[in-house]
Design a protein around this ligand. Structure first.
Ligand SMILES: [Fe+2]
Length: 265
């Protein structure tokens, strides 16, 4: 099957798959909608980045396929465990690959291409990529990691900015609001390091961790998008104006500006 036809097939499958969850578990309709919207926007973002990078049309279709399916495991995860927290349930990236295999979505696809899809999806949520990777696997893994992070930032900023929000435990991990920032979290963010989930103790820590994702973006169009959409400023505006928060904000802003001023991709 041609790659483009495969993408079209997976798009209709995706619609039907989600619809079946909505019927089965209407209590989760809101969270299904969040993940459905997220998946489609990640497709748009990955296509945007890919176009800016000037990659071949076939590679762009492969990237879209990865983006469309990267979170398909979120639906069974929510139904089975009532959470999007992988730590207390299951690795949703692994589950996405399981669903794709179980449903035979990539059957008839060239084995190498399918391998790239599986690798990129299974690594999209990991703290970092393995050192040794096949070039192609590495490229598509980086693409989905960038596109995914950019859209998650949009989703959580919309949530933080909505004054009438109904608390959504799937977005705040049921953590206490907290007053300041945990010391280790602040230190990592100021030092230009990605904040690891294990260090996060409060909702403010989550916000700092999300700001620190800038340190794990790979492509210039990604930095440009974050900058244009003012995502870092928007998260910063929801945090208390403490010295550590200001220092974190400054470090991340400087890094961001330097990245997109750089030559090349
Ligand atoms: Fe994901």
């Amino acid at each position: 099957m041609e790659l483009y036809d495969k993408l079209q097939y997976c798009k209709s499958f995706f619609e039907e798959y989600i619809a079946s969850f909505e019927v089965r578990d209407p209590g989760h309709i809101k969270n299904f909608a969040i993940k459905k919207g997220h998946s489609y926007r990640v497709v748009e973002i990955i296509e945007y980045i890919s176009r800016k990078l000037g990659i071949e049309e076939e590679e762009l279709v492969l990237a879209s396929l990865i983006a469309l399916l990267h979170d398909i495991g979120r639906f069974p995860q929510l139904v089975k465990y009532n959470t999007f927290n992988d730590e207390t349930s299951v690795d949703h990236a692994w589950l996405s690959v399981e669903v794709i295999k179980e449903q035979g979505l990539l059957d008839e696809l060239d084995e190498k291409l399918a391998g790239t899809v599986y690798t990129a999806i299974s690594l999209h949520n990991k703290f970092e990529l393995p050192n040794k990777m096949e070039e192609n696997h590495k490229f598509f893994s980086k693409l989905i990691r960038d596109a995914d992070k950019i859209d998650i930032l949009k989703v959580i900023i919309d949530y933080y900015e909505n004054k009438n929000r109904i608390p959504n435990h799937t977005l705040t991990w049921e953590l206490p609001v907290g007053e300041g920032i945990s010391e280790k979290v602040a230190k990592a963010a100021i030092n230009g390091e990605l904040v690891s989930k294990e260090l996060v103790k409060t909702q403010n820590d989550i916000k700092v961790m999300q700001m620190s994702w800038v340190y794990d973006l790979h492509f210039k169009p990604s930095f440009q998008l974050i900058s244009e959409k003012r995502y870092i400023d928007k998260i910063y505006n929801t945090l208390p104006k403490r010295d550590d928060v200001i220092e974190i904000y400054r470090s991340i802003k400087i890094y961001l500006e330097n990245q997109f001023m750089k030559q090349g991709i």
